[in-house]
Design a binder for this molecule. Structure first.
Ligand SMILES: CC(=O)N[C@H]1[C@@H](OP(=O)(O)OP(=O)(O)OC[C@H]2O[C@@H](n3ccc(=O)[nH]c3=O)[C@H](O)[C@@H]2O)O[C@H](CO)[C@@H](O)[C@@H]1O
Length: 364
């Protein structure tokens, strides 16, 4: 079995699978990095005690999505010819996962999709992730849907032909593993309540991030909160955020946090504002209220569970929602009950059980 991955969120969500696969003598697993997030990918895996078996080193700064897809496709095709894996695993919705899945399909190698069935319903939001998810699911033989909603999405699509099962999300395995390892959070020295913000979606660069930053400036003017914003490595995001927030007091712009530091900070936060996919899964499990800085979500479970609210990027809307949660303890408490709509931490074991069953010829 060959797993291909290249970004920080893929490292987080595939580390539990690598650990679970290594514990099964019947599974020979090879984890190969594309090289897309370079050192960040390997550092993130290392936080779980996992190392990649190889790295294609495909990162070319500033390269287009099309160029990345072409190089992933060529590298996966060569790897398949060399190693003849019986299954290719990809996770989520990156362009490299999409290119690898199509290359494996073309070479006759079955594809297993971890985090299958997520749909925002809008091909352009987020782009290209929504297109990538749909096309990976169309070629996948094994579809590991994290939730009943994701499974229902797959059942509704006539072009999905593989076998699908609900597994939970391996991101929750990673989160609970790391939280247990870190122990109880340290009390913060600062009396101000912590608001943690992350923003990096391609469609938010420009007007969206401008709106988010304007809301942060107005929010910190209250005087009783501290904002921490780990800035995504994307240079376009960095330039915009530093220009808008670099000199605002009680706003700390941080370098991207390693995963243990991120988990620690999420557990200390009073409120999280984020356009991230993974954070929408993590905040409910940690019981931290989340405002989603997007117009839609492929993860309606967090809103349905009462832990998240979709507020988009309009500064007035963000400010109103955040102010309510900061000023009304009952409103905050209602969104701060831990909930586990994305699983309870056993997704990776469930997935390797299903893979072993598939190897043995049992239907999943
Ligand atoms: C909306 C969307 O399409 N999101 C996709 C995107 O991830 P996603 O939008 O989740 O990507 P992010 O870069 O936000 O990464 C989120 C993860 O990184 C952690 N973190 C974040 C900031 C930081 O400084 N340090 C840190 O460790 C978060 O706790 C979380 O676990 O790719 C994932 C991997 O294929 C998919 O599962 C998601 O569906």
């Amino acid at each position: 079995m060959l797993t291909l991955a290249g970004t920080r969120p893929e490292a987080i969500k595939l580390a539990p699978l690598a650990i679970a696969a290594a514990a099964r003598p019947g599974i020979a697993h090879r984890l190969v990095a594309t090289g897309q997030h370079a050192a960040l990918f390997h550092q993130t895996l290392a936080a779980f005690g996992v190392a990649a078996d190889a790295d294609f080193g495909l990162l070319v700064p500033g390269q287009s999505i099309e160029a990345l897809a072409a190089s992933v496709s060529a590298a996966v095709t060569a790897e398949i010819a060399r190693d003849r894996p019986d299954l290719l695993i990809v996770q989520g919705d990156t362009t490299s996962a999409w290119a690898a899945a199509l290359a494996a399909d073309a070479a006759g190698v079955p594809v297993g999709h971890v985090e299958a069935g997520l749909r925002s319903g809008d091909p352009l939001l987020p782009w290209p992730e929504e297109r990538n998810r749909i096309e990976i699911d169309r070629v996948a033989t094994l579809l590991f849907a994290p939730t009943p909603v994701a499974l229902a999405n797959l059942r509704d699509e006539p072009d999905v032909h593989g076998v699908a099962a609900i597994t939970g999300n391996t991101g929750i395995d990673a989160l609970l593993m790391m939280r247990d390892r870190l122990g109880p959070p340290d009390p913060r020295p600062d009396a101000r309540r912590l608001v943690l913000v992350t923003a990096h979606r391609r469609e938010n660069i420009g007007a969206g991030i401008a709106g988010i930053c304007a809301a942060i400036v107005r929010l910190t003017a209250r005087g009783d909160i501290a904002v921490a914003l780990p800035v995504h490595p994307n240079p376009a995001v960095q330039a915009q955020v530093v220009a808008a927030l670099g000199d605002v007091s009680h706003v700390s712009l941080l370098a991207a946090l390693d995963y243990p530091a991120m988990v620690r900070m999420m557990t200390q936060a009073h409120l999280i504002l984020s356009d991230s996919g993974g954070v929408q899964e993590e905040a409910p499990a940690l019981g931290v209220p989340l405002l989603v800085l997007r117009e839609n979500s492929e993860r309606p479970e967090a809103v349905a569970a009462g832990n998240a609210s979709i507020v988009g990027t309009d500064p007035d809307r963000i400010l109103a929602a955040a102010t309510r949660l900061l000023d009304d303890p009952a409103a905050h408490a209602a969104m701060a009950r831990p909930a586990f709509p994305f699983g309870r931490g056993d997704a990776a074991d469930t997935i390797v059980d299903l893979i072993e069953g598939w190897h043995a010829g049992r239907s999943i």
